[in-house]
Design a protein around this ligand. Structure first.
Ligand code: NAG
Length: 422
C-alpha cells in the first residue's frame, strides 16, 4: 500500500513538475514578434537559445544553432583545405570543375559573430561556402580572422586585409586558376563590416608589389587586381547613431537587440562596457563634438538618406552636450576602417559593383540602406535586396529544424546575384 502511495505521489509530482516546466519554458521563450515574421515560434526558440548563450558563452550557442565545425577533406566534388594566407588561417573550397585553361571565380568570405565569435567552419557558413563553390564554380576562401577578446580593432580588420592582399596576388590567383576579373569580397553582419572595410582599403592604396629581394620588380610595379564585386549581407557599417529608425524599431528584436550590438561595438573598439547607456543615448555624437562636422554627419543622416517608407514618423536623436568626451575615449568610432559608412564620396566612387542585403527586422537595416544609397549617389552600380519579412542572421538558418523560408529565399537571391554579376 505504501509503495502504491509513493507511486501515486510520484506520478502526480511528475505531472505538476512537467506543467510548471512547460509554463516556465514558454514564459522564457515567449517574446512578442511582428506579424510579418512567418515562423514566430521557431524564431522565439532561436532567440531564447541566443539569450541563454549570452550567459553561457556565445561560441557554444553558435555551435548549437548553426552547427559544429566540420573537418577539412573532400566532400562531393569540393576540395576543402585548412591553410594560411600570409600567416592568416583560412579555409579554401575548390570546385571540381576547372583545370587547364579554365578559369574560375574567386570569393573571399568573412563570417559574422560580432567580431567576437563564430567561424567559417561552422555548419551554415561551411555549407554555404561548399554550395557556392560547387554551384558557381568558385574558389571560396573563408577567413578565420582573430576575434575578441584575443584581439581588438583594428586587428581583425588587418587580418582580413593581409588575407585579401595575398588572395589578390597574381601568384595565388594563378595557383587556383581564378579569373582576376572575377574576384568577390563578401560577408555577413560583422563580417559584412569587414568586407566593406577591406573593399575600401584595397582601393585606397596603390597596390605595390613587395618584392624587396628583386630590385627589378620595384615600387612602380602596381598590381591591377582589385575586388570586382562586394556582396554585403546585413552589414554593420556605423557606430555614431544608435537611434536610426531600424535601431529604435528593432531595439528588442530577436537575435540582435540594440544593447547586444552596442556591446559588440564597445568590445571591438576596446572601450568599457559601462559606456553602453551613453552610446544608446547617442551622447557620443553630441553636437558639441567639433570632429563631427556637418559634412561627416551628412554621411549617415538618415533623415535625408532613407525613403519615407523607412523613416516613418521616427525623429532623430541629437544630443547637445556630452560631458564624458566619448569620442576622445573611443577614437575607433570615427575610423572608416570600423565604420565604412563614414567614408567620403571619393572613396565610395571607387568601390566595386555592390550587392547589399537588408532585413526589416534588424537594427542594422538602415545603415545597409544608407550605404546602398550613398554608393549609388557616388556612381557605383548597386543592387539593394530588401526582405520585409527578414530578420538579422536569417541566412544562417537554412537547415532543418531551424530553417526559415526567408533565409532560403535570401540565400538563393544572393547566389543568383553572384552568378549574374561575378
Ligand atoms: C548624456 O549626456 C547628458 C549630458 O551630459 C547627461 O545628462 C546624460 O545623463 C547622458 N546620458 C547617459 C545615458 O549617460
Amino acid at each position: 500500500r505504501s509503495t502504491d502511495l509513493v507511486r501515486n505521489f510520484k506520478r502526480r509530482d511528475a505531472v505538476v513538475v512537467t506543467v510548471l516546466l512547460a509554463a516556465a519554458l514558454s514564459y522564457y521563450i515567449y517574446t512578442p514578434m511582428p506579424d510579418a515574421i512567418q515562423e514566430p515560434w521557431k524564431l522565439m526558440a532561436v532567440d531564447a537559445t541566443f539569450r541563454t548563450g549570452m550567459n553561457l558563452g556565445f561560441d557554444s550557442t553558435m555551435v548549437a544553432l548553426v552547427g559544429s565545425r566540420s573537418p577539412a577533406g573532400v566532400v562531393p566534388g569540393v576540395k576543402i583545405s585548412d591553410i594560411t594566407f600570409a600567416g592568416v588561417p583560412v579555409r579554401v573550397y575548390e570546385p571540381p570543375a576547372g583545370g587547364e585553361g579554365h578559369l574560375r571565380r574567386g570569393l573571399m568570405y568573412l563570417h559574422g559573430g560580432g567580431w567576437a565569435f563564430g567561424s567559417g567552419k561552422m555548419g551554415a557558413y561551411d555549407k554555404v561556402s561548399r554550395v557556392i563553390s560547387d554551384e558557381l564554380n568558385t574558389v571560396v576562401v573563408s577567413v578565420e580572422y582573430r576575434l575578441f577578446p584575443e584581439v581588438l580593432f583594428p586587428e581583425p580588420f588587418l587580418d582580413c586585409v593581409v588575407a585579401a592582399k595575398h588572395f589578390l596576388s597574381p601568384e595565388v590567383l594563378d595557383k587556383y586558376a581564378i579569373d582576376p576579373e572575377r574576384v568577390a569580397v563578401s560577408g555577413d553582419s560583422a563580417g559584412g563590416n569587414l568586407a566593406a572595410a577591406v573593399a575600401q582599403e584595397v582601393l585606397a592604396e596603390p597596390r605595390i608589389l613587395d618584392s624587396c629581394d628583386s630590385p627589378a620588380a620595384n615600387s612602380d610595379e602596381i598590381l591591377s587586381v582589385k575586388f570586382s564585386v562586394q556582396a554585403l549581407i546585413y552589414p554593420v557599417l556605423q557606430a555614431l547613431d544608435f537611434n536610426t529608425p531600424s535601431y529604435v524599431q528593432n531595439r528588442n528584436m530577436a537575435i540582435l537587440p540594440r544593447q547586444v550590438m552596442v556591446q559588440f561595438w564597445l568590445q571591438y573598439l576596446g572601450a568599457d562596457i559601462s559606456l553602453r547607456p551613453q552610446l544608446i543615448a547617442n551622447n557620443h555624437s553630441a553636437l558639441q563634438h567639433s570632429a563631427l562636422t556637418p559634412e561627416l554627419r551628412s554621411r549617415l543622416d538618415w533623415t535625408s538618406l532613407l525613403s519615407q517608407k523607412f523613416k516613418k514618423s521616427y525623429k532623430p536623436v541629437v544630443v547637445e552636450r556630452d560631458s564624458h568626451g566619448l569620442l576622445k575615449k573611443i577614437p575607433g568610432l570615427l575610423d572608416t576602417r570600423s565604420s565604412p559608412l563614414l567614408a567620403g564620396p571619393e572613396v565610395l566612387a571607387k568601390c566595386p559593383r555592390t550587392y547589399i542585403l537588408t532585413c526589416e527586422f534588424d537594427v542594422l537595416r538602415d545603415e545597409g540602406l544608407m550605404y546602398a544609397r550613398r554608393l549609388k549617389d557616388a556612381g557605383v552600380s548597386v543592387t539593394s535586396d530588401y526582405y520585409e519579412d527578414g530578420f538579422h542572421g536569417c541566412l544562417s538558418f537554412i537547415s532543418w529544424p531551424l530553417d526559415f523560408d526567408v533565409g532560403k529565399r535570401a540565400l538563393r537571391s544572393y547566389m543568383t546575384w553572384l552568378q549574374n554579376n561575378l
